[in-house]
Design a protein around this ligand. Structure first.
Ligand SMILES: *[C@@H]1O[C@H](CO)[C@@H](O)[C@H](O)[C@H]1NC(C)=O
Length: 316
């Protein structure tokens, strides 16, 4: 290579022309080396070497999407057994079969919904109920104490008068409303109450979802049940972040008073000037209000030996 370049800049050229030759040759050499290295695949993508999370994604794609692209299969092959183990470890349960098999033969799950509303929400609750209704599911409707008895009776009559609801018998209206303060312990108490009813009545369901009258589904129940039919029934869906720093002090230390516990009219939550100690036996989290919880987890919440609901109520 050197030689041919030397020939190009033949002896007849003026001397000062040659000053650029050395840097030029050096950079040419470096570029050619880099080019060859790239062409021979010396620099493989870094994510294939290190990042486990990415590998799991690749493997799950090839596993579930039978007949994945061959090139993807090749690149993932050497790590597949390891990542597969990891996947199996994560959901160590008999429902794995359902994950890996074609979902057409898996039985669709049943969902249990709690629909909460307050004064003036009667019509909106009917609207949501119609949108999320499916004969496989269970529904509990709670209009809180702020709503006049008339509104609650109207809602109950509407449910009773609907031929579908009354024939299937899967919609319940809580006859005696409780006062519920948004974000307060009375809200958690109301949720736990509804779960307790579902468990006590021995109803069949796999996941619990609580909604308020202002929610509206983006998918039909048929689609939702279809999607969830291929998932292990022991997955809880909770979006959460750990509370830390000033937020932990500001959110968790004040003692919260819920007027819903001792008044008959709605007021916002209030706090006392006194501070409480942070818990030491568990961590505090914050997160989305939209959750989907498994029946087994809620059985533990309601029937568990360590009185979880009371702890939840204190720290909510
Ligand atoms: C569901 O219930 C929890 C606990 O009571 C509550 O914090 C949350 O806001 C509720 N979510 C909705 C969408 O109402």
């Amino acid at each position: 290579m050197r030689k041919s370049c030397g020939l190009n800049s033949g002896p007849g050229r003026p001397f000062n022309d040659r000053r650029w030759l050395l840097p030029f040759l050096a950079s040419l050499l470096v570029s050619v080396t880099l080019f060859l290295a790239a062409a021979c695949g010396l620099f493989s993508p870094p994510y294939l070497a290190g990042d486990d999370a990415f590998l799991v994604d690749v493997v799950s794609f090839t596993d579930w999407d039978d007949g994945g692209a061959p090139s993807q299969r090749d690149s993932g092959q050497s790590v597949e057994p390891e990542a597969k183990d990891q996947l199996l470890d994560d959901n160590d349960n008999p429902d794995n079969a359902a994950v890996n098999s074609d979902d057409s033969d898996a039985e669709p799950p049943r969902l249990a919904y709690l629909l909460e509303g307050t004064k003036g929400d009667g019509l909106r609750m009917r609207r949501v109920l119609q949108a999320i209704y499916h004969p496989r599911n269970q529904y509990i409707l709670h209009l809180d104490l702020e709503a006049p008895p008339r509104e609650r009776i109207d809602l109950a009559m509407y449910v009773k008068g609907d031929p579908m609801f009354s024939q299937v018998g899967n919609v319940r209206v809580i006859a005696k409303g409780n006062l519920v303060t948004y974000k307060g312990p009375t809200m958690v108490a109301c949720t736990l109450h509804a779960v307790a009813i579902l468990l006590k009545e021995g109803l069949e369901w796999d996941w619990f979802i609580n909604l308020s009258a202002s929610d509206y589904p983006l998918m039909t129940q048929d689609d939702i049940l279809h999607v969830f039919s291929s998932l292990p029934r022991n997955l809880n869906f909770i979006e959460h972040m750990q509370i830390s720093g000033w937020k932990r002090i500001q959110r968790a230390k004040p003692i919260v008073l819920d007027p819903g516990l001792y008044l008959l009219k709605k007021f916002d939550l209030s706090t006392t000037p006194e501070r409480r100690e942070l818990p030491t036996s568990f961590k505090l989290y914050t997160g989305s209000a939209w959750i989907m919880l498994t029946k087994s987890f809620l059985e533990y919440c309601i029937w568990g030996w360590d009185n979880l609901p009371r702890t939840l109520l204190i720290w909510s």
